[in-house]
Structure formats: structure tokens, C-alpha cells
Design a binder for this molecule. Structure first.
Ligand code: HXC
Length: 291
């Protein structure tokens, strides 16, 4: 889909890049020539991933232990990266989430999620954005959001609130930093089942009815997500900033207050019947018209 060396000379940091979606996107960036940094809280997982990716694709993947909730840890990490050269891109992928009835959440449960998603992602964005601004460098930031930022996130309220804040950050900073060559975009993935997310969002067999909610009747392929993340990170679409792009097989559009759920399984014969019923109703109305 892309030219082989599309991301040569790019240096990209992927938070939460040791597993799941982050790993998939980091892999594609590496394959296309970028130098990669991955950060997270589990150093052994990061190290394994870095080795696996370099064994498979060559290139450079460096792992750094960093909890994005801790601004000082981010500063140390950014110092370490910059000592080897500036980044060109940041992929805000790290997150925390679990499903719960909202009334069951303690304040600690709320902050366990919001401290990572809302605070941590802002700390990362501002720490790296400031470096670029101070050094007059261009940069691209992608944040993994959700479609819930434009609809609603029942049972995932701390995540939905946090990601909505990040959507506002994305749009605001696209405007604030746009004249200095820094662009920000968001990706809103639908269901891409990975262990980390699915253990917390669809435990047990809770994911089994999911397909009914997805017009395309399938979950996403990690390669599809990685392709979108590449397109947004590559040169060539610099005018694209402040956007949040859903990649979800139209899942979120099927519950946007419309008739999808009511009509999705209607057969050809039933459509004929429905059409007849509507016509009969129209005809009855027309028969009463005097003009
Ligand atoms: C209610 C719960 C709970 C649950 C924990 N708590 N689980 N409350 N229902 N199922 C409460 C605890 O009782 C405690 O409150 C508080 O939350 C903190 O609990 P800890 O176990 O100490 O949490 P912590 O170790 O901080 O870990 C929570 C976490 C963790 C941060 C969310 O799971 C984590 O680090 N996850 C990272 C990976 C991840 O979540 N990936 C999924 C991302 S998916 P009390 O008051 O009792 O002490 C995603 C989807 C959106 O983001 C993106 C779409 C693509």
C-alpha cells in the first residue's frame, strides 16, 4: 500500500507500544523505515517487543520504561530520546480502561483511568510539543481516541470523558500550533480485539454479540489500523490536521439515533410488505385531501 521507504528519516515514539494496537502500528512504522521508540510500564514486555521487531524487520526499536502519569518520567524519557536526536512523530496510544456500571466506580477507579488517558496523554503531548516549538521543528501527533468522543460511552464513562477531552485537545492544538508546523490528528478505532483491551472491555463471552452492532459484520484488522496511522504520520498530507477519523466498519453510525437497529435484518419480502403498508397509509391520506 505504501512506498517501501515512506518513513525514512522519521523518528516516532509510540506510547504503549509493547503490545496490542501500539505494537501493530509501531511495526508498520518500522517496516517503512522509521526509527522507533516504544514506552510503557512493563520493561520486560517492551524489551521483548523491541527484539522481536528488530529480528523480524531490522532497523531500530528502543524501549524506554515510562509511566505517562508521571510528568518527570516523561521529561527524563524525552531527554534520553533527544540526546540521540529529535522525534518527528508521537503516537499517543497508551490507555487504561475497564467496563463498569458508573455508580460502582470509586474516585480511585475514576482516576485510575483518567490519570493515564486524560492527564498522561496531555503530559506527553505538551512535553514533546514544547520541544518542537522551542527548536522550531515540525512534528506530527496522532492520538488513539474512540468514536465515543462524538456519541457516548455508557459503562466506560471515565474513558469516554477522558478521550473527549483529548479530542478537544487535538482540535485546539491543531489550531494553536498549526502555524508552527505541528499537526495533531486522532484515530477512533472500533473493535480491534486485542488481549489488553478485550480482557477489560469484553470479559468472558461478552463480545459474542458484537458483530450484530457492526454493519461490516467483522472486527478490524490490525493492518488496517496501522495503514491509517501511517497515512496520518507520513509526509504528503500536512494540510490534514485537527481531524478525528473513525475506522470501525460504520459501527458507531448504526446507533446514531437512526433506524439501523430496527431495519438491519428486514428481508426482501418484508420490504415489499412495508412498502405496501406505507403506500396504503399515503393513499388514505391523499383520499382525504381537498387540494
Ligand atoms: C469497578 C474497579 C474495577 C472494575 C478496578 N476498579 N477494576 N472498579 N469495576 N472492573 C477499581 C479498584 O477497586 C480501585 O478502586 C481502582 O479501580 C484502582 O484499581 P487498581 O486495580 O489499583 O487499578 P490499577 O492497577 O490502577 O489499574 C487499572 C487500569 C489497569 C489502569 C485500568 O487495568 C491498566 O493499567 N490498564 C492498562 C491497559 C488497558 O486498560 N488497556 C485497555 C485499553 S482499551 P478502590 O476505590 O477500590 O481502591 C481502551 C478502549 C478505548 O482504552 C480505545 C478504543 C480503541
Amino acid at each position: 500500500m505504501f512506498e517501501k521507504n515512506l518513513l525514512n528519516n522519521k523518528r516516532i515514539l509510540v506510547s504503549g507500544g509493547g503490545s496490542g494496537l501500539g505494537k501493530a502500528m509501531a511495526t508498520r512504522y518500522l517496516e517503512l523505515g522509521a526509527d522507533i521508540y516504544i514506552c510503557g510500564r512493563r520493561k520486560s514486555v517492551l524489551d521483548e517487543t523491541a527484539k522481536e521487531l528488530m529480528d523480524m524487520h531490522g532497523g531500530s526499536v528502543k524501549s524506554i520504561s515510562c509511566d505517562i502519569k508521571v510528568p518527570e518520567a516523561i521529561e527524563d524519557m524525552v531527554d534520553e530520546i533527544w540526546s540521540e536526536g529529535p522525534l518527528t512523530g508521537l503516537l499517543n496510544n497508551a490507555a487504561g480502561n475497564f467496563i463498569s456500571r458508573t455508580e460502582d466506580l470509586s474516585p480511585r477507579a475514576f482516576t485510575a483511568i483518567s490519570n493515564i488517558v486524560f492527564n498522561g496523554t496531555f503530559y506527553m503531548t505538551n512535553a514533546i510539543g514544547k520541544r518542537w516549538l522551542n527548536e522550531n521543528l515540525k512534528g506530527s501527533i496522532i492520538s488513539i481516541l474512540t468514536t465515543w468522543v462524538d456519541s457516548s460511552g455508557p459503562y466506560t464513562v471515565p474513558s469516554a470523558m477522558s478521550k473527549s477531552g483529548l479530542a478537544t485537545m487535538t482540535r485546539s492544538l491543531a489550531a494553536e500550533w498549526g502555524n508552527r508546523g505541528i499537526r495533531l490528528n486522532g484515530i477512533a478505532p472500533g473493535p480491534f480485539p486485542t488481549k489488553g483491551a478485550w480482557d477489560r472491555l469484553a470479559p468472558g463471552d461478552k463480545g459474542k454479540n458484537l458483530m450484530n452492532a457492526i454493519p461490516m459484520k467483522r472486527t478490524g484488522e490490525l493492518s488496517e489500523l496501522a495503514n491509517l496511522a501511517t497515512f496520518l504520520m507520513a509526509d504528503g498530507c500536512e494540510y490534514l490536521t485537527g481531524e478525528i477519523i473513525a475506522i470501525d466498519g460504520a459501527q458507531w453510525l448504526n446507533h446514531a439515533g437512526n433506524f439501523y437497529e430496527m431495519l438491519k435484518d428486514v428481508t426482501d419480502e418484508e420490504w415489499e410488505q412495508l412498502r405496501g403498508l406505507i403506500k396504503a397509509s399515503n393513499d388514505a391520506d391523499k383520499a382525504k385531501r381537498s387540494v
